[in-house]
Design a protein around this ligand. Structure first.
Ligand SMILES: NC(=O)c1ccc[n+]([C@@H]2O[C@H](COP(=O)([O-])OP(=O)(O)OC[C@H]3O[C@@H](n4cnc5c(N)ncnc54)[C@H](O)[C@@H]3O)[C@@H](O)[C@H]2O)c1
Length: 363
């Protein structure tokens, strides 16, 4: 299966997302469009996918240079931005050249931010090599790095000119990283229409075992469906102004609290899975979804191999404090909750609903 999904923006900024088992081949066309291409990647990815990437770009006719960065979240920082920019300048990258970000969200965010700022902005092609990147971070133009005061605190909107999601690359991804990405896929499943009429939910539920075993055909279908949902949301609310793009944060309000209170012991997608159970329980207590719906969420997430509760005690007060600081919040706590018409922003859910949700995730 091979599909192209458009992200429709104003003027000439629209771009395509290519999903398929040999999508890397699209890099031949990229190589034909630019004189010079700076590939940014990390050693664990380079080991498996760099040769093919360079080969396609070179076949297209580009002069290709490779820049590697550290392979961890802590490497997503301003020092790395400076090192990459200096290396690109020394290697002669100019305004009309391009960056290819070959990696997961860490490479995509960092290299995307370099592209956003280098020579006041050059093109970036996002080649996502993690499930999270292919369904989320590579699409939509959010780039940036962390500073000690906060995650993603320095950044810019810089849409890619193309997104490439080759499902073969997921084969070499560590299983825990891969399964964590399914937490984001479960989020999209909940955004895929009103309860009971969600094709992506049905796909994940019917083929959970094959998907966790990385069946390439099913994976391409899952990535394509998630990418299409993200593309539609970004097309309609690029700068997060109407509240639509904020619904992509379904499950994230509690997830952010869990991540920060457990010192990032959970991978992001794992925390999102627990956050989805939390949000579902709140929605159920508020009568927004049918009684027992949370059990459905728990069942799907467990079948995908994801956690559905906290495995260490988390202070409710501390979690509420983090949730009040969430960027969606306008004074109190704002959550994205499921309902008859699908997910939407809800301000200040009742304290008893929050208390029951803490119970539902075991903290
Ligand atoms: N820009 C956005 O819209 C957005 C959205 C969500 C998350 N993010 C960001 O994404 C980051 C997390 O990204 P992630 O989950 O993709 O993790 P990641 O980029 O840290 O990758 C995880 C690890 O897997 C390795 N790896 C990646 N692809 C591989 C492959 N195909 N084979 C072997 N190893 C591979 C990487 O080198 C890394 O060590 C966070 O910094 C988060 O803030 C950004």
């Amino acid at each position: 299966m091979s599909v192209t999904i458009p992200v429709t923006l104003d003027r000439e900024r629209s771009y395509d997302i290519h999903v398929g088992a040999h999508a890397l081949g699209e890099l031949r066309d990229v190589g034909a469009r630019y004189d010079r291409v700076a590939v940014v990647t990390q050693p664990p990815i380079a080991q498996h996918w760099l040769d093919e990437t360079v080969e396609y770009l070179t076949q297209g006719g580009a002069d290709v240079q490779v820049h590697t960065m550290g392979a961890h979240e802590v490497d997503k920082n301003l020092r790395t931005v400076e090192q990459l920019a200096e290396a690109m300048a020394e290697a002669g990258i100019l305004r009309g050249d391009a960056v290819v970000a070959l990696g997961g969200g860490v490479v995509g965010d960092t290299a995307g931010f370099v592209a956003a700022t280098y020579a006041r902005g050059i093109d970036v092609i996002q080649v996502g090599t993690t499930l999270l990147a292919q369904i989320d971070s590579a699409i939509g133009g959010k780039t940036g790095v962390n500073i000690p005061q906060g995650k993603n605190l320095i950044g810019a909107f810089h849409q890619p000119v193309e997104v490439i999601c080759d499902s073969r690359t997921l084969r070499t991804l560590q299983q825990r990283e891969f399964v964590a990405g399914l937490g984001e896929a479960a989020k999209y499943a909940s955004l895929d229409g009103p309860p009971g009429n969600r094709p992506l939910w049905d796909l994940l539920a019917a083929h959970a075992a094959a998907i966790t075993n990385k069946d390439p055909e099913l994976l391409a279908q899952v990535v394509a469906r998630c990418a299409a949902i993200k593309a539609r949301v970004v097309s309609e609310d690029e700068y997060e102004r109407t509240g639509l793009r904020a619904t992509l944060n379904f499950g994230h309000t509690f997830a952010h609290a869990l991540e920060s209170l457990t010192n990032y012991r959970y991978l992001h997608g794992e925390a999102v899975a627990v956050g989805i159970v939390f949000a579902s329980s709140v929605a159920e207590s508020l009568g927004r979804i049918a009684p027992g719906s949370t059990d459905g969420y728990v069942e799907l997430l467990e079948r995908l191999g994801l956690p559905t509760g906290c495995d260490e005690p988390v202070s409710r007060e501390a979690a509420l404090a983090v949730m009040r600081r969430d960027k969606k919040a306008v004074g109190g706590i704002t959550m994205v909750l499921d309902g008859d018409n699908g997910v939407e922003l809800v301000h200040d859910p009742r304290p008893d609903a929050l208390a029951r949700a803490f119970g539902a995730v075991g903290c």
